[in-house]
Design a protein around this ligand. Structure first.
Ligand code: LR7
Ligand code: MN
Length: 576
């Protein structure tokens, strides 16, 4: 997820034809791999090459064999599959085509068995089945897809069938969101005809993943709904710990730990429970991962116990069907992609439920760096979804998001029904949610100033401007003509002297002024704004922030009150 708007699209605010995604910078790196027992594979398996050849992705024409000495059964146990550096031209073309269509290495996926084995990432504690209720509810597994690669989709479904107790799976509902790839038509129906649990439902037009999920829910009958993306792999024992939580309390919404399947090698990365992360968000309404906060750690004896999470990533979760209905499922006014994860997270907490990450349940997901499919041209879909979310659920706090996007809210349609839903359910306030569920979030209103930071030298038209994307960290912070659209020029001066941008802080260590994750330790991240001289004094260096003569760079200088290029005005400055 994490498709940014605004700043990454030159502030024209249009996300067209998919969006640039961050890379795995936000995704927890894999640490502490442990030895795992080999899972006995019960079913007779075809060799990877046979699988790939038997059902080639027909728009890829044919599967081009890798060189003869290539490994026989690549990718087993989640091992990485590395293609040779030198490839014959036709193979190279097939590899490139796979990347173009899917934004992951489809060629590699086609070499890997759709029943491949995976490591077992669970802590020993999780394998003691006596801790799970014996009478667990059944679940329908809903998998929505738009133009998913053949072997990736099949592997998702087989990982559910192969690694879940049969009696706990009602149906696997595949919702085709108006794909046009030919292998997803009759070929898909023929393939799954042999699997009575698998049902295929097709939308009549492109709905986007949110309405596709609602469509799936409308066809579900089991007590629990479990959602997965169409490029996942479930590991051994993934399901029971999720269902157990819901069986104990039907208002508990649960997410597995989401492990990383490499987009390039299909390697399965995981780490143990000590590395579990919980979900948060920032004032751009982007989802982010955080380590388990101290207050939450204290509630547990064992790091494998379910932990409260302020938000969910969105794609992988289980929920009681009746509770989901009571919450009004999703806002059907959300298009294509995004925001629905925060909607469900906020209302779960605000309307009497609990959201947890269950460290005993691991499901892998292929994280992509860009979105391979078409969005909706001319419409800023993500902004529309986010404004609907903010209007209905965020009370006065919505202003911080609006400010962050330059108050350019666009057309978000009608949310009367959703507001009524919230009122009927008598949900708690967003303030309650922030105070009790996400106290770590920095509130712009608690800052000394928030908005643009404008330099008063050279005509006073230059603003502090953050580098684009989230890879900004450690990149130099620059300047740009003030544009009053928030985005890269939205800053917060905290009471503790940080100049913040989401979770990053303005940092000076003697060379360039950069953005660095906020550490709360003052030092290089400490700035004091003197309202009388309008200077920004830096903590450790004692220097003042200025712009260069050419206005296009920041520089640190010996403080001099008579130099206009050292003077700044802070938006929404409140000295009290
Ligand atoms: O128009 C569409 N119709 C669809 O059916 C667009 C997408 N989809 C399907 C698609 O085929 C896929 O199965 O919907 C699913 C999600 O789309 P992705 O894989 O492009 O999304 P993502 O993995 O980049 O994004 C995350 O955020 C999304 C929007 O908020 C959804 O909630 C995704 O499910 C979610 N993915 C995860 O939570 C996995 C972990 C990612 C993280 C962090
Ligand atoms: Mn996904």
């Amino acid at each position: 997820r994490n498709v940014p708007i605004g700043e990454d699209f030159g502030n024209n605010g249009n996300v067209i034809g998919g969006a640039q995604k961050e890379d795995e910078a936000d995704i927890p790196p894999t640490v502490g791999k442990r030895k795992v027992e080999l899972e006995e594979d019960k079913k007779p398996r075809k060799k990877a090459h046979e699988v790939a050849k038997a059902k080639p992705q027909d728009d890829a024409k044919k599967v081009i064999d890798p060189p003869g000495n290539f490994e026989e059964n690549p990718g087993e146990m989640g091992k990485p599959v590395r293609l040779p550096k030198e490839m014959p031209d036709d193979m190279k073309k097939a590899v490139d085509d796979g990347w173009t269509k899917n934004a992951f290495n489809q060629y590699v996926s086609d070499l890997v068995s759709v029943h491949r084995s995976l490591p077992d990432p669970r802590d020993a504690w999780c394998k003691d089945s006596t801790q799970y209720l014996t009478n667990l509810p059944t679940t329908d597994v809903i998998i929505c897809f738009h133009n998913e690669a053949w072997t990736v989709l099949l592997r998702t479904v087989h990982s559910v069938l192969d690694r879940s107790p049969e009696h706990l799976i009602g149906k696997i509902i595949l919702v085709d969101d108006y794909s046009d790839m030919p292998h997803l038509k009759k070929q898909l129906e023929d393939y799954f005809a042999a699997y009575p649990k698998v049902q295929i439902i097709r939308g009549q037009k492109r709905e986007g993943l949110i309405r596709a999920r609602i469509l799936g829910a409308n066809h579900a009958k089991s007590a629990v709904l479990t959602y997965l993306d169409s490029h996942c792999e479930c590991t051994e024992g993934w399901l029971e710990p999720l269902l157990d939580r819901i069986a104990r309390n039907s208002t508990t919404v649960v997410c597995p730990v989401i492990d990383v399947i490499s987009d390039d090698t299909l390697e399965y990365h995981y780490r143990d429970s000590s590395g579990v992360n919980v979900g948060g968000f920032d004032w751009n309404l982007q989802f982010s991962w955080h380590s388990v906060p101290e207050r939450e750690r204290k509630r547990h004896n064992n790091s494998a116990e379910p932990v409260y999470s302020p938000t969910m990533a969105g794609g992988l979760f289980a929920i009681d069907r009746e509770f989901f209905d009571r919450l009004g499922t999703y806002d059907s006014g959300f298009d294509i992609w995004g925001g629905e994860n925060l909607e469900l997270s906020f209302k779960t907490w605000m309307c009497g439920g609990t959201l947890e990450i269950v460290p005993c349940s691991h499901v892998g997901h292929i994280f992509r760096k860009r979105s391979p499919y078409k969005w909706r041209s001319g419409v800023n879909v993500l902004r529309k979804n986010s404004v609907r979310l903010a209007e209905v659920w965020m009370d006065d706090y919505a202003q911080y998001y609006y400010h962050r996007i330059g108050n350019d809210k666009g057309d978000w349609g009608d949310v009367t029904d959703r507001k009524k839903l919230r009122a009927d359910l008598k949900c708690k306030s967003f303030k309650w949610y922030l105070d009790n569920i996400y106290p770590e979030l920095f509130i712009p209103g608690d800052s000394v100033a928030h908005g643009e930071i404008r330099n008063l030298g050279y005509g006073g038209r230059t603003c502090l401007d953050a580098p684009s994307g989230k890879k900004h960290q450690k990149k130099a912070v620059g300047t740009y003509p003030c544009h009053r659209q928030g985005g890269n020029q939205y800053w917060m001066l905290s009471k503790t002297g940080e100049i913040r941008r989401d979770d990053s802080c303005l940092d000076y260590a003697g060379k360039e002024v950069t953005l660095y994750p906020c550490h709360g330790g003052k030092g290089n991240q400490f700035w004091s704004y003197r309202a009388n001289t309008k200077q920004l004094h830096h903590g450790t260096s004692g220097k003042c922030l200025a712009i260069s003569d050419s206005k296009d760079k920041l520089q640190m200088e010996e403080c001099n009150v008579s130099v206009a290029r050292q003077q700044w005005s802070m938006e929404n400055y409140d000295s009290s």
